[in-house]
Design a protein around this ligand. Structure first.
Ligand code: PMP
Ligand code: GLU
Length: 403
């Protein structure tokens, strides 16, 4: 096709989401008949609970099919506020909540409302693929701060300090993390809170995996470390992971009312509101508590234990034990620089390509998360698929020439 029309300059900086790209490739290969095992995308393999679907159907039958208020229906925002008060003791009001078209869109609205050219935003690596792109689409600069695998991907505050400049406007944290499943300790969160206070940063806390947690209770939060920091904290959450509702596209943000109002201005001029029907389904979901997430977490834990056992028995593979979410992030760097047959594997992209071409295993290269030593496997897939996958992985690794 003749590409006569130039695209906007900002597009030159970003790539399509690599997680969604690998998922699309795996699905296309499967559609052509290839027996691909898909460990790429992070979405629960469980169906949306029946009672949530029923609420969506009821919304359609009741004719609840028109525009809703820009920030989302008030019943949903009230329910979210009620839950935060009951579970954490944090007191928000409905005008401090925005419901958006998925958590990803909530982050997008936040970045558009908060950041612009000249601003720097700290992103801890390994990071979720969309953070840098969302920051860049706002015209700001993501500043990547490496976490250490030796510290189970917890933060070393001394390292964080090295990346701070007078242009730093904020930090994004994600605990439990996609892709590592690791959590930030209360001490690290305390150090981040102290620096945020000192430098007047906004802390964006992406809590989308907070109900998929393998330790007791809930993961530590920046507001546990510093309950008085609410003026500087933006919480991001949603129903995609906790209620297996990825396709319904409902996320929500909580924070200072003037920031939520700014996000509403952006939403009013872009999507208007998230789907009315999906909001009713999300209302049923969040009013339904965490039993469903707890049920999924038991299944995920069993799969995780199986995978950790398998990785531990593989030569040259190490893996930090995840504490939440449904990803493992094994380190394959011992294989880099070596050949499998005629193919030289020089990093995570080559490794993921090799696993897809030769073993029909779809994974996401660590480079997409800012960590080339690793490859991400989502274990939101059945035990049977995981077992077949591990047989294939062992065979693919055994095909490497001695290092
Ligand atoms: N944050 C993280 C870390 C994620 O992995 C995801 C998953 N896509 C999201 C936010 C947003 O999810 P959604 O847009 O489906 O709510
Ligand atoms: N968060 C999921 C993942 O990392 C879904 C895909 C995406 O939105 O990036 O696989």
């Amino acid at each position: 096709m003749n590409e006569k029309i130039n695209l906007a300059e900002r597009l030159s900086q970003i790539e399509p989401s690599p997680t969604l790209a690998v998922n699309a490739k795996a699905k296309a290969l499967r559609a052509k008949g290839a027996d691909v095992l898909n460990f790429s995308v992070g979405e629960p393999d469980f169906g949306t609970p029946e009672w949530v679907c029923a609420a969506g159907k009821r919304a359609i039958d009741d004719g609840f099919t028109r525009y809703t208020p820009v920030p989302g229906i008030v019943e949903l925002r009230e329910e979210i506020v009620k839950n935060y008060a009951a579970e954490h003791g944090w007191n928000y009001t409905p005008d401090q909540v925005q419901v958006s078209c998925g958590g990803k869109h909530g982050l997008y609205n936040m970045a558009q409302a908060l950041f612009g050219p000249g601003d720097e935003v700290l992103v801890l690596a390994p990071y979720w693929v969309s953070y840098p792109a969302i920051i860049m689409l706002a015209g700001a600069r993501p500043v990547i701060v490496p976490l250490s695998e030796d510290k189970n991907f917890d933060l070393d505050p001394e390292i964080l300090k090295q990346y701070v400049t007078d242009r730093t406007r904020g930090i994004i944290i994600n605990s439990p993390s996609n892709p590592t499943g690791s959590v930030l300790s209360l001490d690290s969160l305390g150090a981040i809170a102290a620096m945020a206070r000192e430098n007047n940063w906004v802390v964006i806390s992406d809590d989308i995996y907070d109900t998929i947690y393998y330790a007791d209770g809930m993961p530590s939060h920046i507001l546990d470390a510093d309950p008085g920091l609410t003026d500087q904290v933006m919480i991001l959450n949603g129903v995609s992971k906790s209620y297996a509702m990825t396709g319904w596209r409902i996320g929500y943000a909580l924070g200072p009312a003037h920031i939520i109002a700014a996000m509403n201005k952006i939403q009013s001029q872009s999507t208007s509101n998230p789907s009315s029907v999906a909001q009713k389904a999300a209302l049923a979901a969040v009013a339904g508590g965490h039993d469903f997430a707890a049920m999924m977490t038991v299944a995920f834990r069993e799969r995780l234990d199986y995978l950790l056992g398998e990785f531990a028995a593989m030569d040259g593979v190490t893996c930090v034990e995840p504490i939440g979410a449904f990803y493992v992030f094994p380190n394959f760097s011992a294989y880099y620089g070596r050949k499998a047959g005629e193919r030289r594997i020089d990093g995570s992209v080559a490794m993921s390509e090799y696993l897809l071409d030769e073993a029909l295993l779809a994974t996401v290269p660590g480079a997409a998360f800012g960590s080339d030593a690793h490859v991400r496997f989502s274990f939101a897939t059945s035990m049977d698929v995981l077992q077949q996958g591990m047989v294939r992985l062992k065979k693919a690794l055994a095909a490497f020439n001695p290092g």
